[in-house]
Ligand binder design. Structure first.
Ligand code: CIR
Length: 250
């Protein structure tokens, strides 16, 4: 499987954040390198796009594209400052021969709001993703789509799929029963950030230092690969934000 990531620009210290804190650039770059190494260690072929200094949030590449069924939807991110990130992402996806669709105004959608699990998609209606974006995604994917009201940044800030039918949900956020046909792990409040993982088949990339979540994943026979991304957390990023997985590409 190929994973697409994007390097960290110097301007990352100015990334969007709900509660801005000082970001240490060299630490962020070390964590990013370890994230890439963890993906490679799990057998992925990692392609790295160069950073863009004019786009501080560009490492959060998940928001720029959704891959499903061997096709790519290049999104129209909800925050206007992030719309300049898409060019190289779209060009790279086209260079791989993918069928690429681009989302047009007035639709907005961040990839971080799209959770595909079981036989359906759950799409956050958030400050970043609007009703037109959800409708456009539904038409593009052909999947049954459940819109989910989101009060935080993104749906995937509080829920993600560790396997196609195993969903992690942070406690007191969403009703676990909405994920019909899936096994659901409710992550305790003091490990809420660990509800976001990156699915890698028989392994899963998980946030370091969250033992209850780790144990729940291991009990389901998943190999847990821990990664720390504290500098990216300061900019409201989760593990999955840092990559686009090209699963299902022929
Ligand atoms: C933003 O506010 O857009 C970035 N600072 C964080 C984006 C995180 N992306 C994600 O969860 N998919």
């Amino acid at each position: 499987m190929i994973a697409l990531v994007r390097d960290v620009p110097d301007s990352f210290v100015n990334a969007l954040a709900q509660e801005p804190r000082r970001i240490y650039l060299s630490k962020a770059r070390k964590q990013h390198a370890r994230y890439i190494a963890a993906l490679e260690g799990a057998g992925l072929d990692v392609r790295v796009l160069p950073p863009d200094e004019t786009q501080p949030d560009c490492p959060f590449i998940e928001d720029q594209a959704v891959i499903y069924g061997g096709r790519a939807l290049v999104t129209r991110p909800g925050h206007p400052d992030r719309r300049g990130e898409s060019g190289p992402v779209e060009a790279w996806l086209r260079s791989q021969g993918l069928d690429v669709t681009t989302m047009e105004a007035p639709a907005t959608l961040d990839g971080g709001d799209v959770l595909i699990a079981g036989d359906a998609a759950y799409v956050g209606r958030s400050g970043r993703t609007n009703g037109e974006g959800i409708a456009r995604f539904a038409a593009w994917s052909g999947l049954p789509v459940h819109p989910v009201p989101v009060s935080g940044l993104h749906l995937k800030s509080v829920a993600s799929a560790a396997t196609p039918r195993l969903v992690l949900v942070a406690a007191n956020t969403l009703d676990p029963a909405m994920f019909g046909g899936c096994d659901v792990v409710v992550v305790p409040p003091d490990e809420a950030a660990a509800a976001n993982v990156v699915p890698l088949g028989s392994a899963v990339l998980a946030l370091a230092g969250h033992p209850v979540t780790r144990q729940a994943l291991e009990e389901r026979r998943l190999e847990v690969i821990e990664v720390g991304i504290s500098e990216f957390r300061k900019a409201d990023g989760s593990l999955s934000c840092l990559s686009v997985l090209l699963d299902g590409i022929p």
